[in-house]
Design a protein around this ligand. Structure first.
Ligand code: SF4
Length: 293
């Protein structure tokens, strides 16, 4: 079990780096929660239409996926993209102490519910841990640390307490700090921002930039929170300091783009996009093996 904060291989990692390391999925220590708890449909890149709480047809008795090596070939983009932020192993090994939903069928429904809540909490931890690594947040590090600790504490609650938790209220508190972080980071690069007239007025939260050609836009420090960047052309674009929290990057073309210092980017977003060996990623994220050379 890797949780919590266990990293004997790299002792120079900071607390936040270790936090983020442990917020990555560890399927070996999970009981396939994401393959059972979620509702999903074939049209979203999953094998079949299925109800929440029903195991996927490809989930084996050992909780491994029988088609894991062929997900891409089979076009199962939904499976490739999904990221639990380490919630799966936390629920399996900590909340339920290694008992799985097959061993304890009467708790199965509760386990799925707890997994979905834990995933939201772990996602918040991911963003908070990242905020703590940014030098621009030096004046709010105390608030960020307190919120990280409080959020960590929530992950250790009992199943009943987790189900009763007001996740939306906690998310609101976390989001206030994430917005402050975003403003601090973006304000450092925005003064030099030159955005072409076509998109100048449209940059901002929840934008529809589906299929847009953004190659000539200066997106450094841009607010792209929740933007729909599906199939957008971002080849060679410098996204330093851009806030990409919740942005939909499905099939966005990131070949040659620089995302090294973008903020609030997740592995799930990267997994759904197109990229190549020239795409620069934050150190916390992994280059998908199926990206072009
Ligand atoms: S195909 Fe595999 S990864 Fe996808 S939901 Fe089914 S078991 Fe999980």
């Amino acid at each position: 079990m890797k949780y919590p904060y266990e990293n004997k291989n790299n002792p120079i990692l900071s607390f936040s780096d270790m936090s983020r390391h442990n917020l990555q999925a560890d399927c070996e220590n999970c009981f396939g929660f994401c393959c059972v708890a979620l509702y999903f449909s074939a049209s979203e890149g999953f094998p079949v239409d299925k109800d929440a709480g029903k195991p996927c047809i490809n989930l084996q008795s050992d909780f491994r996926c029988s088609v894991h090596k062929s997900l891409r070939k089979l076009g199962l983009k939904g499976c490739i993209a999904y990221d639990c932020f380490g919630a799966g192993q936390k629920v399996a090994q900590v909340t339920y102490g290694g008992h799985d939903w097959r061993q304890v069928p009467k708790s199965a429904k509760q386990m799925y519910e707890v997994f979905l809540i834990m995933r939201q909490i772990h996602e918040m931890l991911w963003y908070l841990a990242e905020s703590l690594t940014l030098q621009q947040t030096c004046h709010i590090q105390g608030e960020l640390s307190s919120m990280l600790n409080e959020t960590e504490r929530l992950t250790l609650l009992s199943p009943d307490s987790l189900i009763e938790l007001d996740v939306a209220a906690h998310r609101g508190d976390v989001n206030t700090l994430l917005l402050q972080t975003s403003e601090l980071v973006r304000s450092e690069v925005q003064p030099g921002q030159k955005t072409s007239s076509r998109h100048q007025k449209t940059l901002g939260r929840g934008l529809d930039l589906i299929g847009a050609n953004l190659r000539k836009n200066d997106l450094r420090g841009a607010n792209l929170r929740g933007a729909y960047l599906i199939a957008a052309d971002l080849r060679g674009v410098d996204l330093s300091g851009a806030d990409l929290i919740g942005a939909d990057l499905r099939d966005a073309d990131l070949r040659g783009a620089n995302l090294t210092h973008s903020i609030f980017l997740t592995q799930a977003q990267i997994n759904t996009a197109k990229g190549d060996s020239d795409t620069k990623l934050p150190i916390s994220l992994t280059r998908p093996i199926y990206w072009s050379k």
